[in-house]
Design a binder for this molecule. Structure first.
Ligand SMILES: [Zn+2]
Length: 351
């Protein structure tokens, strides 16, 4: 009898250690971001073991990381339900649920998932991530007094603005959205959550960030109320025009400056800067080393250049290039005329 028990014990140990090894391999695969492969390999395993916490979390995270939030939900919910040890798996499932519900515009469930993750305090990384998301998504205590106004394409959050101010502000942004998206023809996964701050100091204190900025993956904008109408919303809208495989700071900022809908004379700004600092601009260097340049040069220069590209080659060609924003890809899409355009623009700016 004892022998039978021992054999059963050994057999179940082998099966479970075999499964553990498979799960370990799946986590390795997940960490290498081979998400389609994770889903493919986890599917047959989860059919045999539908309540397995790791397998559900692997499936949920892999779907969510590919922006398939709807399919991620049931797996993440099962992870939370079945993780009776309140371990790191539950914590990450809650943090991911916060994102998924937010992207599906279920703001109440998003907020409660993030709060549950923070309260659980199971692992530092998950807790910090959830706390950061709650701040970014507008769920922190700090936003309790803010006014939320929903329109066709936005969910505005105002820190402090008069009713008349709000009305003018949102109608200008709705008009701008239609104008900008007339170019990109993007389909956004949700309305843009548009946070309008009255105080840059408060944003620094609460978000630890300089205004304004956007998080296109979440369709979120945080900005100072006096910033340009179009810049930040263009970052979000343009992100969904096509699958962008390679972003460069030069082109990505250039498109936002190009559609900022301000009347700033970018050529004059640039010429003044160059004269004051006794410098010359080199477009290719700024393109390839965008991170080394300050906004005062990179913004007007990239804005002028992107406008030149659109004017010279047309919208269709430009959007074809926009997927992979490197100089090398521009050469492939636009051909030799590209260097001519760069040369002429540099001449116009530097002299
Ligand atoms: Zn920008």
């Amino acid at each position: 009898m004892r022998k039978i028990f021992t054999s059963i014990f050994i057999l179940t140990s082998i099966i479970s250690s075999g499964q553990n090894a498979a799960i370990e391999d799946l986590w390795k695969l997940y960490n290498s971001q081979d998400l389609k492969e994770v889903i493919e390999k986890a599917k047959p395993l989860i059919e045999k073991d539908p309540n397995n916490v790791d397998l559900n979390l692997l499936m949920g995270r892999s779907f969510a990381d590919q922006a398939d939030f709807k399919n991620a939900l049931p797996y993440l919910e099962l992870t939370v339900k079945n993780d009776n040890n309140n371990s790191w798996q539950k914590a990450w499932a809650l943090s991911y649920l916060g994102t998924c519900y937010f992207m599906l515009q279920d703001y109440n469930n998003s907020e409660s998932s993030l709060n549950d993750c923070i309260k659980l305090n199971a692992t530092k990384n998950a807790t910090n991530t959830a706390y950061g998301q709650a701040l970014l998504f507008g769920f922190n205590e700090f936003y309790k007094t803010w006014k939320i106004v929903e329109t066709d394409n936005f969910r505005f959050h105002f820190q402090d603005m008069s009713a008349a101010g709000v009305e003018k502000y949102i109608s200008e942004r709705e008009v701008a959205y239609k104008e900008i998206n007339g170019f990109f023809k993007s389909t956004l996964p949700k309305k843009i959550d548009f946070f309008v701050w009255e105080s840059r100091e408060d944003a620094m204190k609460v978000l630890h960030a300089n205004l304004g900025f956007s998080k296109p993956n979440f369709c979120i904008v945080h900005l100072y109320y006096q910033q340009t109408i179009g810049h930040e919303m263009t970052h979000v809208i343009s992100n969904y025009t096509t699958e962008i495989k390679n972003k460069t700071r030069f082109i990505n900022e250039g498109i936002a400056v190009c559609f900022d809908l301000s009347n700033q004379d970018k050529l004059k700004l640039l010429k003044d800067y160059i004269a004051a600092n006794n410098k010359q601009v080199a477009i290719k260097d700024c393109w390839e080393n965008g991170d080394k340049y300050g906004e005062e040069i990179l913004y007007p220069l990239s804005g002028l250049f992107v406008k030149e590209l659109i004017d010279s080659f047309g919208k269709e060609k430009f959007l074809e290039f926009f997927k992979n924003q490197t100089y090398d890809n521009a050469k492939l899409v636009f051909g030799n005329k590209l260097d001519l355009i760069i040369e002429e623009l540099e001449k116009k700016i530097n002299t």
